[in-house]
Write a protein that binds this ligand. Sequence first.
Ligand code: AVJ
Ligand code: FE
Length: 440
Amino acid sequence: SIDRDAEGLRGRIAAELARTRARTVLLTEAVDDADLIRQHSPLMSPLVWDLAHVGNQEELWLVRDVGGREPVRCDIDDLYDAFKQPRRDRPSLPLLPPPEARAYLATVREKVYDLLDRVAFDNGRLVADGFAFGMIVQHEQQHDETMLATHQLRSGPAALHAPPPPEPTGWVPAEVLVPAGPFQMGTDADPWALDNERPAHRVDLPAYVIDAAPVTNGAYRAFIADGGYDDPRWWSEAGWQHRRQAGLSAPMHWRRDGDGWSYLRFGTWSRVRDDEPVVHVCFHEAQAYATWAGKRLPTEAEWEKAARWDPATGRSRRYPWGDGDPTAAHANLGQRHLSPAPVGAYPAGASPLGVHQLIGDVWEWTATPFRGYPGFAAFPYREYSEVFFGDDYQVLRGGSFGTDQAACRGTFRNWDYPIRRQIFSGFRCARDARPDEAHQ
Ligand code: AVJ
Ligand code: FE
């Protein structure tokens, strides 16, 4: 039965590797080779850099480290080292041309399939439960989301197509009360959870109220119309300074259109839809909106308790709806749709307390800077998370329509600079419970 478990795991890993590679291929074959080597924004790599970097990480961790095999190409390690090559310099590097990059990925992947056939999953922590393979699947999926953000920044006609997300089917309240008490944050049990999600630890929170859905375009438009961008009262000092310096006046990719607004999505302009979560706002904009609304951003712990805590059992679960993997009915994930879904479109994905769309749609800014949990230990390398700990990065939670389910769960932590908004970032608000609410 141990053998049968190992065979099952091999099959699941092979399927995840293949599913992930199909997405990478789709994103890099939707445009021509000239487009792949172009830099569409100084914030982003040329798509062909992401492509070969994905192959290089797979070679480093699986072919060389886990497999102990001869390098496929050690002459390119420096070119695809994200720490050695700042994004804005990547287009001037002697990168592998697209056909060579594709051939490199194929060679590495062939060796990985060969390795997967022979690997003993009881041979140390790096491979236990297939962790190293899971890490590489998640790494490629994260770059696929980054490549999707690059597609959003590229100019020219649309290259990607997907059906629109589902329409709302139910009513969603404005806010939900989360009662006071402890819950378990983070995980020890999830075999493919990354180092920054560990260890599980108890966090005791006072009662709070959290928005039942992400802040919508309609609500955000009211903030704009009320002069929110021109009133320093709503902004932090750093936020106001950035808002002035960057000339912010609306979410990224919005423009005025008569008496309303339009947004650009993957090459197509359309009228802003009021009932969808707002996307492409930075942390400072989210914080200013929340202050204007008489609220605040949730802490990371508040977000996770709303997403995982089951009031019936007191247990923390993997997702708002339970422990089962996401389906198309639970959440807007996996680039199935190329926009956030209107509020109320995923009633099956709501938490027991009735908090909607925590997973998928838009990454949600939290009030918490990115740090290690108590007892954090870097694994398997400091450069995945630990080197980013401190005050420079804010945590985002929940995943977006561009995030794959392999890289999204109730414990998953993302982080970015508070000025970033080329990512698929939105937010919801929270507030302390009033005494009359807390004792209901
Ligand atoms: C976790 C999304 C912040 O893209 O910088 C990719 C993921 N780490 N390659 C990033 C990652 C190494 C990371 N984020
Ligand atoms: Fe990477």
